[in-house]
Design a binder for this molecule. Structure first.
Ligand SMILES: [Zn+2]
Length: 167
């Protein structure tokens, strides 16, 4: 939980809050990720008029399962642009957990892959490059395949005609 007492925020100034907390409040299990270690946050918190605001960075290490090879891998969820603003609701204690939870969940990859970081090769076998090349060719020229079939058909028709003429 990330909670702030308004009385801790200096008048007309920002409170610098740099700490770590139990990531259980993030509910990462629901998203298929396992939290590794604590949730780190480094926030500037302040009050402006009737609003409470916080900006800063969040870091959470997670273990996820690769959608391609089904191996688990570690991934760092990090943002330096966390920002929230909320009207003061009268309570002296403000809970930022929900906004932090939302941001972390938005940063979780929808289709996690173990090679996301670029320094690891996924062990999953994929179609050969030849297949990919021909796939690309079809995408560039959708008529290519049918033209090929058509010319094959034509030649077979001619060869049948040739046979008929010869006999
Ligand atoms: Zn993988």
């Amino acid at each position: 939980m990330i909670k702030v007492h308004l009385s801790e925020i200096p008048h007309n100034e920002k409170l610098h809050l740099c700490a770590e907390t139990d990531p259980l409040c993030l509910g990462l299990d629901e998203a298929g990720a396992e939290a590794l270690g604590s949730l780190f946050y480094d926030l500037e918190i302040g009050v402006s008029g009737i609003s409470f605001f916080a900006t800063g960075s969040l870091v959470q290490n997670v273990r996820m399962t690769c959608v391609a090879c089904l191996e688990s891998f570690d991934h760092e969820i990090k943002t330096t642009s966390f920002a929230m603003q909320r009207d003061l609701a009268g309570s002296e204690l403000v809970d930022l957990t929900e906004e932090v939870r939302e941001d972390i969940h938005l940063l979780l990859p929808m289709h996690p892959r173990c090679d996301m970081g670029g320094n690891h090769q996924c062990s999953a076998q994929f179609p050969t490059s030849e297949f990919l090349k021909s796939d690309l060719r079809f995408r560039k020229d959708p008529g290519h395949h049918s033209v090929e079939l058509h010319s094959e058909e034509k030649s077979s028709i001619w060869s049948v005609l040739d046979q008929l003429i010869k006999h």
